[in-house]
Write a protein that binds this ligand. Structure first.
Ligand SMILES: *Cc1c(COP(=O)(O)O)cnc(C)c1O
Length: 341
């Protein structure tokens, strides 16, 4: 099938003509020597948006999360995160392999837990237990179906972390999807977290890249770990230019992705092959098929109709809307779903 409609992820987008032009015209240097002006401009721009002292540009969101865990912890420490979180599920066991930490999983509501969940999982100060050191929050939560955290709950968790001497990291791979719905500002999140990770390559439409933000001392250490992990790049200003373009032009259009995701969910809710759909708050639609349909069969049927989706567990399917998915594509998807099975 030529030119399928690709709903597997919001990472599949191609740079727009404007973004490509910005990339081609980027002024670059060698970022390992710290003299790529476009990388510096991106890092300064992001840090200013989030009210953080500094930022470091990395190849992926996996790397920004892994660097944060490494900088915040020592081997043998424990990290509290939700059972659905990317940092636990989808980073190849990186927390354990890269930082030698143990993980305490919280069973929250679609990836979101409460201050009580966090506090009740802090270990007592006793030589038998790993030392609880870090809490990780994922907003929006991918496996939770793009669920949005309440900033009030995050503030309560922040205060608890302050009280118990824990660090707090935000996996904000899709934070702008959350902010688009809540109307909150990035700086409100910068205030509450020791470190913030943001993906430029998801809903914002850049081809590559994530940012890690924090205070100067944290980012200095993060640069050391980025080098250690093999993530220090050379003329990365070409990629940073795409990131700057994404922050300037692609935040305001994220709302359209949410509207289209809700349209897909509405169509699905009327179809007999669907058992359950997670509430759609942002650009992610996760649903469960009826017992007699396997996800492989469903994925193959859609593929034959020119639509790519992702299997997300037994009889579970994920669809994500994005920059390259417009009204025409939406119409086509709705039509196919209405005639499927
Ligand atoms: C995509 C994603 C990441 C990072 O993924 P990379 O593909 O490594 O950039 C981290 N956290 C969440 C929640 C994500 O969805």
């Amino acid at each position: 099938m030529k030119n399928p409609i690709d709903l597997r992820s919001d990472t599949v987008t191609r740079p727009t003509p404007g973004m490509l032009e910005a990339m081609m015209n980027a002024e670059v240097g060698d970022d390992v020597f710290g003299d790529d002006p476009t990388v510096i401009a991106l890092e300064e721009k992001a840090a200013a948006m989030f009210g953080k002292e500094a930022a470091v540009f990395c190849p992926s969101g996996t790397m920004t999360n892994q660097i944060a865990v490494r900088v915040h912890t020592h081997p043998g420490d424990e990290v509290i995160c939700d059972a659905l979180s990317h940092v636990y599920h989808y980073e190849g066991g990186g927390m354990m392999a890269n930082s030698g930490v143990s993980v305490r999983l919280v069973n929250g509501d679609r990836g979101r837990f409460t201050v009580n969940d966090a506090v009740s999982n802090i270990n007592p100060d006793d030589i038998h237990h790993p030392r609880t050191r870090l809490v990780v929050i994922e907003d929006t939560c991918n496996k939770g179906g793009g669920s949005i955290w309440s900033i009030e709950e995050i503030r309560r968790i922040y205060l608890a972390c302050q009280h118990y001497g824990l660090k707090l990291h935000l996996d904000g791979a899709r934070l702008f999807n959350a902010l688009t719905e809540t109307g909150e500002k990035p700086s409100q999140y910068g205030e509450l977290f020791d470190s913030v990770s943001l993906c430029l390559s998801k809903g914002l439409g850049a081809p590559v890249g994530s940012l890690l933000m924090g205070d100067r001392a944290f980012i200095k250490q993060a640069r050391r770990i980025r080098k250690l992990f093999g993530g220090a790049m050379r003329q990365s200003g070409f990629l940073a230019a795409a990131g700057i373009y994404a922050l300037d032009h692609h935040i305001r259009r994220v709302k359209d992705d949410h509207t289209r995701a809700k349209m897909i969910a509405r169509t699905l809710s009327e179809r007999p092959f669907v058992k359950e759909i997670l509430p759609v708050q942002t650009n992610i639609v996760v649903f469960t098929l009826q017992d007699h349909i396997s996800e492989d069969e469903f994925i193959e049927r859609l593929r034959k109709s020119g639509i790519l989706v992702l299997g997300f567990g037994p009889r579970k399917i994920r669809m994500i809307t994005h920059l390259d998915f417009g009204d025409e594509e939406l119409e086509r998807v709705v039509q196919v779903l209405q005639n499927l099975f």
